[in-house]
Design a protein around this ligand. Sequence first.
Ligand SMILES: *Cc1c(COP(=O)(O)O)cnc(C)c1O
Length: 453
Amino acid sequence: MIDKETLVAWDKRYLWHPFTQMRDWLAEEPVIIERGDGCYLIDTAGNRYIDGVASMWTNVHGHNHPELNAALKTQVDKIAHTTLLGYSNISAIELAKKLVELTPVGLNKVFYSDNGSTAVEIALKMAYQYWQHKGEPQRKLFIHFDKAYHGDTIGAMSVGGIDSFHTTFDSLLFEGIRVSPPETYRSPNTLDRSCNDSAVKTQWLNTVESALSEHSGQVAGVILEPLIQGAGGMLISPQGFLQELSALAKRWETLLIVDEVMTGFGRTGKMWACEHEAVTPDILCTAKGLAAGYLPLAATLTTDEIYNAFLGEYSDLKTFFHGHTFTGNPLACAVALENIAIFERENLLSRLQPTIEHFRNRLQEFYKLSHVGDVRVCGLAAGVELMKNPDTHTSYPFEEKIGIRICKEALTRGAILRPLVNTIVLMPPLQISISELDALLDIVYASIKAVTA
Ligand SMILES: *Cc1c(COP(=O)(O)O)cnc(C)c1O
């Protein structure tokens, strides 16, 4: 086995890490993960850490799961990869059927890809081309939201709303309509934290409706992260917003695209965030938890209405000219099938409810910490936002790296986390036990206390 020192040297010499200032990385001692065990990650020195962010929000049933491992091994003994371009494969077919059964009624067709960004690119291109087939080629614009995150490819960035990620690439991005609903937490009239959900919801809807009205007949679709915007800082949308937005999209005859890349597979307490508000979108994107955090796999689901618009003579060129080399990879699809089977066998979604309630209750204790400004929870996802002065809504300056420092402290206490600037993200695997969850929350609480003292 290669020793840790050599691995660190090679990492620093050969690797370029995502979303990482490599100068900082080079100055530090990296944690190198060697194994996983349930909700724990184990490094090369044998230290165990609770996986507090489910390995970038993907892990569902824990690491090194015997049944997921077995599903993968069974599949690999048959075939690892074969293409969906012109041919088919067994696990891709079975999973497509399962996904159609699992998603809101009306989503009947599955288009595979490899990751969340491609799932979104596909959704955008599908919607765009759909309108051409419907004889409304002027519908080219997408309405999207401030603070939204849909991935890092050019199309996904074009409908994103996180300036620090996207501004650099501005001139590469296509034109759209970015709407900025009022921020609930930071707006001056919500200093008392008891923001009136329904007033906020109306404001949000009005913002979207003005955009629809101003660009009437030109909107291809509205894209959003349902219930909670993840990478933007774990921002919760007002209750009922999704349902009314869906009605609004229908009224203005445009498409609703929901990006369930983070929220899908039980994260919000139901299989899909859409289910909380009984919404069937025109297009749904799923990725992160789809293959239980084991392998890169994504799917874009859509309705018969959209699918049928692409049918025609070969020479009509109505084909959806899009595809990725590893589309419908049998290994990933086999693991995804077992992922869903575990949800069903173990009745995971109902078992999850007491865990979610415990999580929510315990997180309220965090308000006792004097620098915790806002605690936002949705299912088994949370953001704890630190504030220099919560009473005046004064943020910590970016340079103070408060989030990074708290996560470093948490590492020494046995938890792996990754912040979103000044917000500490908590997103453990869904299978986390109450006692493991308590251990994680204790570590985070103590770390915030230590660093902000
Ligand atoms: C992570 C994420 C994406 C991008 O997924 P990748 O697999 O990283 O490309 C898109 N949308 C949402 C909501 C996400 O959380």
